[in-house]
Every structure is written in C-alpha cells, then in structure tokens.
Design a protein around this ligand. Structure first.
Ligand code: SF4
Length: 266
C-alpha cells in the first residue's frame, strides 16, 4: 500500500487538467481529498487503471488495491485474447510451448495462454502478472543497450521516482542491511549474475524480471558516518517495453517477493 504523506505526492500522479469530472474544483483539491480519505484515486476517471490501483492515500485497504489490480489484469487478458500470441514471441524474447507463450521472468517460466491465463511454478500476483501481460501486448522488442539509468531519468520518471524510492529501493535497502547474504541468495534463486564494477558500488547484481527489461541493483555499505545506500537501475530502453508506472509496479512485485523470501529465511 502506498502511504502518501502530502497532497503534492498525489497531485504529481494526476493529469493536472482541472477538468472537474471528479466533482471537485481542481486536481489539487482532489489530491487533498484523497489524502484525507474522502476520495479514492480511482474516483478520477482520467487516471490509467494501473495508477488508480495504487490505492487511496493510505486510508483504504490492501484488499481494495489488489481488487483494482485484479480488474486491470482481467482487462489485459481480454486484450491478449485478441492478438496473435505466437507473433509476439520473438519481440518479447519468449518462445511458444504447446500453444502458450513462455516468458522467462527472474529465471522462471511464466506461460501465457491464448485467453490471457498465466501459469507458473512461482506464486502469481497481479503486481507481476499485470506488467507481464502489458509487456506481451506493448513491448517494442528493442534489445537492451547496457546503459543504466535511474527511474527519474526515464520518461515521466520524476513523477514516479518518489514512490519508487519509498516502495522499492528503501524496502530492499533495509533487507540488504539486515541480511548480508541477500544478494548471493537473489543471484542463486533468480538466475541473476554479478555485474562488472559500476557506480563505485560495493555489490552490484543484474536480474531480469522480464527478458528485455533487466535491472541493476547496487548496494553501498555504510561507511564511517555515511549510511548505506541502495539503487535500482533500468536499462535506458526500459520504457520501450513498459510505461514507467508499470516499471514501478514490476519493481514493487519483485521487491515484495524478495522481502517475503528474506522474511522466511530470516
Ligand atoms: S477528474 Fe482527475 S483530472 Fe479532472 S480535476 Fe479531478 S483529479 Fe483532476
């Protein structure tokens, strides 16, 4: 659940057109109402469903957010049913297996059926399956170029970066600080690899939550009076495959899974 602290954080997610379709005089008034729990993000009809699914400012429940994501997932399933799945295999770095599209995410196969059904040996949740289906539908197929950028350097990244820092980087940093073997475990469990030295990080690993959307995770240990830091970087081409809000969603799904595993091992 996103815990918004100020109306500005919510306002940055809105179209800022002041169109009043939410029956409030401006987007800023709407943002204030969401923070107070008087409105939900989904009450703005101009927001993409993925953004609306972020929740209601911390005053609603996780169940309602998951329900919204489930609705988005069902809509994407309908779009999948209308495309030639085999025709997308090469673009998304997948392969056809008995009539289903196999896409390898974090080293595990996720099978997408012609009706949009997703199956995998992994636990499925819409924070992963929604980005997966959108990737199958919309990826341009461009290959990664090996240039790493932060979330805020991607198109529309500055809007999403504060949430990404809060929900992904800060969570993973706490986990890494508490569990020294975390990165070795992630490499082993999710077919990752150590990256060549980069950004002067103490540890850097590369994982592939989607075949053409690798992420670089860098960790800098605490030193003297400097606190530890953690950064998650995307290939410069990442927004050719997913909009930045779904890169955020994918990051949340990935980090949530790591946190669960860390909790079990811890
Ligand atoms: S409906 Fe959405 S875009 Fe229009 S004023 Fe309300 S919050 Fe802003």
């Amino acid at each position: 659940m996103v815990q918004f602290k100020t109306p500005l954080e919510i306002y940055k997610l809105l179209p800022r057109s002041n169109c009043r379709q939410c029956y409030l005089p401006s987007c800023l008034a709407f943002a204030t109402a969401v923070l107070k729990g008087e409105k939900r993000l989904a009450d703005c009809p101009c927001l993409p469903a993925e953004t609306a699914a972020l929740g209601d400012g911390g005053n609603g429940g996780r169940a309602s957010m998951d329900r919204n994501m489930e609705e988005v997932f069902q809509r994407l399933q309908g779009e999948i049913a209308a495309i030639d799945l085999a025709g997308r295999a090469s673009a998304v770095g997948g392969r056809m297996v008995e009539g289903r599209l196999a896409v390898t995410c974090l080293g595990k196969d996720f099978l997408v059926g012609p009706d949009g059904t997703v199956t995998s040996e992994c636990h499925l949740n819409p924070w992963v399956t929604v980005p997966l289906l959108r990737y199958v539908l919309a990826s341009t197929g461009v290959a990664p170029v090996g240039q790493w950028v932060s979330m805020r350097e991607l198109a529309d990244g500055p809007t999403w970066n504060p949430l990404f820092v809060q929900r992904c980087e800060a969570v993973l940093q706490r986990l890494a600080d508490a569990q020294p073997h975390l990165f070795a475990d992630l490499v082993g469990m999710f077919s990752g690899r150590r990256a060549a030295p980069v950004f002067d990080a103490d540890i850097a690993i590369i994982l592939a939550p989607l075949p053409k959307v690798p992420v670089l995770i860098c960790h800098w240990r605490a030193e003297d009076d400097l606190e530890s830091r953690l950064g998650i970087f995307f290939d410069r081409t990442a927004d050719c495959h997913l909009g930045v809000e779904l890169l955020h969603t994918l990051g949340v799904g990935m980090v949530t899974m790591f946190a669960r595993i860390g909790h079990l091992h811890g």
